[in-house]
Structure formats: C-alpha cells, structure tokens
Design a protein around this ligand. Structure first.
Ligand code: GLN
Length: 560
C-alpha cells in the first residue's frame, strides 16, 4: 500500500473506533425537546420538569439549550430582544432557560450547556482558517451538522450523565432550525430510537366560537418535522382545556405516536407546579419506556410539594418595588423575579412586585410612587438611561428606613448616592455614565480599560467573597466565605474606601484575591445592602438566595 492508502486506512480505523467508543460504549441516552405551532409554549419548563422527574427517579440528568441565532452568545443582546442574560459559574453568558434548569435541578450548568449557531459557525470557520478541512469544501452538511452533533453529545461523554436533554430553540419549520433538526435526524439514525428520542411540544388551541379543541396545527407541525426526517416519539400538548381520551387517541392516530405518548400540559398556576403535572401525566414514564430504561424509584418530591404549598398558601404579602429600566419586559429580570418567589416561600409570604420605571421617577413623584412599598430593589443595568431615578429611589429608601437591596448597577448607584448626599461629593458618578466626573466612585479596572471587544469580556462568573463577621451579609449567609456570580465591567473605586468607611458605610464583603468591594451596607438601617454580584443567579427552589431571603424578611418586618 502507498503512504496515502495507509493514511486512509488508519484514518478509517480510527474513525470507526471513535464511533464505537462514543456510540456503543456510552450508556448516555439523549432526549431532544422541539417546539411546534408557536413560540413561547414553555419548552424550557417542560425540559426542566422532565429532567427533575428523571433526577428524582435516580438518574443523573442535565439539560442543554441550542439556539439558532447567529450571536455567539446572548451577552451582547439587549434585554428587550431576548430577556435576561443568565450567567453560569464558569462565566458563560447564556439563555435564560439555563436559569430554569438550575432552579429546577439545583445542579450548576456551564458554557457547554448553551450553544448557538454563531458559536458553531465560529468554531467551524476557525477550523477552516487553520486548514483543518484539508482542501475540502466546507458545507452546512456535513461540517456544520457534524459540529452540532459533536456538541449535542459533549455532555454525555465519559458517561457523566445518564440522560442529556437538549432543548432546541425556535419552532418546527423555521429555516434557521433546519441544521439542528438534520443533526437530530442523523443522531437518531446513528444511536437508534432506544437511545435517542424526540419530545415535541405543541399547542392544541381552543376555538371558543366552536367550543372545540383543534388538533390540526399539531398535525401540521408533526408533518413539518417528519418532512425533515424526524418523527417525534412523544407529544406534549399545551392546552387550556383537558384533552379527553378520544381526542388524545385522535392526536396519536394522526400524528403516528402511541396513545400513551400524548401528554396533556394544561396551563399551570406556577411554573413550579409543572413537574407535578408532568408526573401525573407520566411524561417521565413514557420517556423512560421509549429509552428502554428502568423506571427507578417512584418520584415523591416531598420538599418540592412543601415549597409549592407555601407558595399556594402564603400567610402574608409584602410589596417590593422593582426599580429598573427594562420593566416593560418581565423576562429581563427573570432570575430576580424567581429568586423572590423562592425567598417568599421561605418567609411564607407572597412577594408582590410593583414595577417602577426608573426613567419616570423624579424628585417630585418619588414619595407618591414609593411610600406604599415594603422594600425597594434597584435592578442591574447598563448605560445612563434612568440612572438618576435609581439614585433618587435609593435616597428615599436610605432616609426613610425602607429595606433596600441593590444588585450590581443597583449597588453602584447606592455608592454614588452615598457619595453625593452623605459625603457631599455632589458630582460623584460612575465613569460609565460620566467619564469626567471629579469623583469617580465607580470606575473601570485597569484590565477593562484595554478591552475593545464587547462580547464575553466583562467580569463574568463566580468569584470569591470574604464576609465580615457581624454584618447583615454574615447574618444572611451564616458563612465566612462565599462565591457568587458576576456580570459587570465597573467596580467600586477603592481610593474612596476610607472616606466611605468614615462616613458610616460598611464594606461587608470583599474579594480576597483582588481586594475588590463585593458588598456594601449601612449599619443603622433596617436593611440597606448592595451587592456587586448577582445573587439571583444561584437561587433555586430548594436553595433560595440568602440575600433575597433576608431582604424579604426585612420587608415583612417593616410591614408588620
Ligand atoms: N453597568 C454596570 C457595569 O458594567 C453594572 C452591570 C450590571 O448591573 N450587571 O459594571
């Protein structure tokens, strides 16, 4: 054989060995969750609920999300476009559905759990530039689909998980989703139906004029998927009315799935009730059956039910004002709103959120807009729009002993407010809003000054924070060392540490490696805390964020 032939043979043997290693020796099973008919059906919640049920049955499950947009990650997206950008421990800026996965499963996600078309293409194009394709024409099929498949199976490598659930963003029929559907088709063929199933989430609309539930849109969306070679194994049907048995049979018959694979998903009172609804509907059972896996322990979900009960029957209500500039879009503050639900349940009270647009808050209307609140939260954000309204609200909270919690930009505004109104630095500001301020209380770190590219270059992910004993922070966490997640460029300027301390500000949390300020608080106030980090990202149903719990408790105490 010539050298060239040898190379080809070795290459082939190696590829076959790799295929065997990944496909046959791996025990990981794959579930793909697709969506049809319309967007916003709640694929993320269904995927998270299914993962939760598999988790309590004893399976190690994880979820990942594949988004068909061209941004490399959602980090550069305006919150109005795509809602909150969720941050993981390893500093990935990701889709907000990853927040749901963590809140449901209580297991951290990472960069690998969120893939976009932009990231896939970036990787393939970089490889092409390196000459890795050896003169081949680089094409959507097979190069892009191969890269999608590689990433779809990445979390399953080394049998780290028994089940990997992949949520595909977009809706069946979208042009941009086609390479993902093709990748799923190939994986199903390569791995076999026992190792790879598709759960399709669809809508059964109710026509009130006809008083009828309609199955045709579902039939069409299944047909669309099938045209692309993927036939769903399970259908989860979102509906406002119960699906009676004959209708389920009709859906099963015309969509060509087994009758037990038609799952009803009625609108639920809370996203946290969905795992229990899916348990009743046996979504987990049908998936395990199709994957030929034992059912494991019957799910009990005692803690979860206890949490839901507290949510359903609160003993009191507190009203928290959420001061932000993206308040028109609730998804922009998703993790904060969810953290309040978790913290409310612990305090056995309902947290009612009053959205207050920071741009509309002035010295004249502050009292009228804020006086009925039991607590004030100033939200994270970027840029100068609405900044003065935030500072006004903080002053009001500080001077009137209203519990205050500032997150990231909210903490920075609290420092600016203190600088201006307590220490008398009347033009104090952040250099983000005023590059020439004589008192840059908040400024850019040296490393950040060199940065010209915006994507993925903030201070991102988990950083350590040492807690000063005897502070509100210490009381909330009951720990000396914590780690919380960050997403910002600007920091408290340590040149002002002494002036602030002399003025009565307490620096209760500090990063041990850099000396950067992590949290500030006031001691003579019932609750005045600002955190440079985002505690909301780590709040889960069974592990609520301590600062949210303490803040809600303070709001409750004020109300009482
Ligand atoms: N804009 C501020 C910064 O970059 C705060 C960011 C935030 O609130 N997430 O530092």
């Amino acid at each position: 054989m010539t050298d060239k032939e040898n190379e080809v043979v070795y290459g082939l043997v190696f590829s076959i060995f790799r295929l065997l290693a990944t496909y046959i020796m791996s025990n990981t099973k794959y579930i793909f969750v697709t969506g049809g008919v319309t967007s916003s059906l709640g694929k993320g919640i269904i995927a998270a609920s299914l993962a939760k049920l598999l988790q309590v049955r004893g399976y190690k499950a994880t979820i990942q999300k594949f988004d068909p947009y061209i941004n490399v990650d959602p980090g550069t997206l305006n919150p109005y476009e795509h809602g909150e950008c969720y941050v993981t421990d390893d500093g990935a800026e990701t889709d907000l559905d990853l927040g749901h996965y963590e809140r449901f499963l209580g297991v951290p996600t990472s960069q690998a759990n969120n893939v976009t078309t932009g990231r896939v293409y970036q990787y393939v194009i970089n490889k092409e530039r390196e000459g890795a394709y050896l003169g081949k024409t680089v094409q959507v099929i097979p190069h892009i689909t191969d890269e999608i498949k590689r990433r779809m199976m990445l979390l399953g490598e080394g049998d780290a998980y028994d089940v990997v659930i992949t949520e595909l963003g977009g809706t069946a029929g979208d042009i941009e989703s086609l390479p993902y559907i093709e990748a799923v088709r190939q994986l199903k063929w390569e791995l076999g139906d026992e190792n790879c199933i598709v759960v399709h989430l669809t809508l059964i609309p109710y026509l009130s004029a006809a008083k009828e539930l309609k199955t045709k849109p579902t039939q069409h969306s299944v047909k669309l998927l099938s045209e692309n070679g993927v036939h769903p194994d399970v259908l989860v049907c979102r509906t406002e009315h119960h699906l009676y048995n004959d209708l389920k049979r009709k859906i099963a018959l015309f969509c060509n799935v087994t009758p037990d694979a038609v799952i009803e998903a009625m609108d639920a009172e809370s996203i946290y009730a969905v795992p229990l609804e899916m348990m009743k509907e046996k979504l987990d059972v049908i998936c395990l059956k199709k994957l030929n896996l034992p059912l494991g322990e019957e799910p009990v979900l005692t803690d979860w039910k206890e949490f839901l009960n507290k949510l359903r029957y609160p003993k009191s209500t507190v009203t928290i004002g959420l001061i932000g500039k993206y308040v028109e879009l609730q998804d922009a503050y998703k993790s904060i709103l969810e953290a309040f639900i978790h913290a409310g349940a612990v305090n056995e009270c309902k947290v009612e959120i009053k959205n207050i647009h920071s741009e509309l808050l002035t010295d004249e209307n502050t009292v009228e807009k804020l006086e009925s609140l039991d607590g004030i939260l100033v939200a994270p954000g970027f840029g100068s729009r609405g900044i003065e309204g935030k500072i006004t609200a903080i002053r009001y909270a500080r001077e009137n002993n209203i519990p205050f919690f500032g997150i990231c930009l909210g903490m920075q505004c609290a420092a600016i407010e203190f600088g201006r109104n307590v220490l008398g630095f009347s033009a104090a500001h952040s250099t983000e809003m005023d590059a020439n301020t004589p008192h840059p209380i908040i400024h850019l770190m040296e490393e950040q000054k060199k940065i010209s590219k915006m994507g993925g270059t903030m201070r991102l992910g988990a950083y350590k924070c040492d807690i000063k004993p005897g502070t509100k922070l210490a009381a909330a966490y009951n720990k000396e060392h914590i780690e919380e997640r960050h997403r910002h460029r600007y920091e408290f300027n340590n040149d002002y540490l002494k002036a602030f301390e002399d003025g009565g500000m307490v620096f209760s949390g500090t990063n041990p490696d850099t000396g950067l300020v992590e949290t500030i608080e006031l001691s003579g106030h019932p609750f005045f805390v600002g955190a440079q980090f985002h505690p909301e990202y780590k709040s889960t149903v069974l592990n609520p964020a301590p600062l949210f719990v303490a803040f809600v408790k303070a709001a409750k105490a004020r109300k009482d």
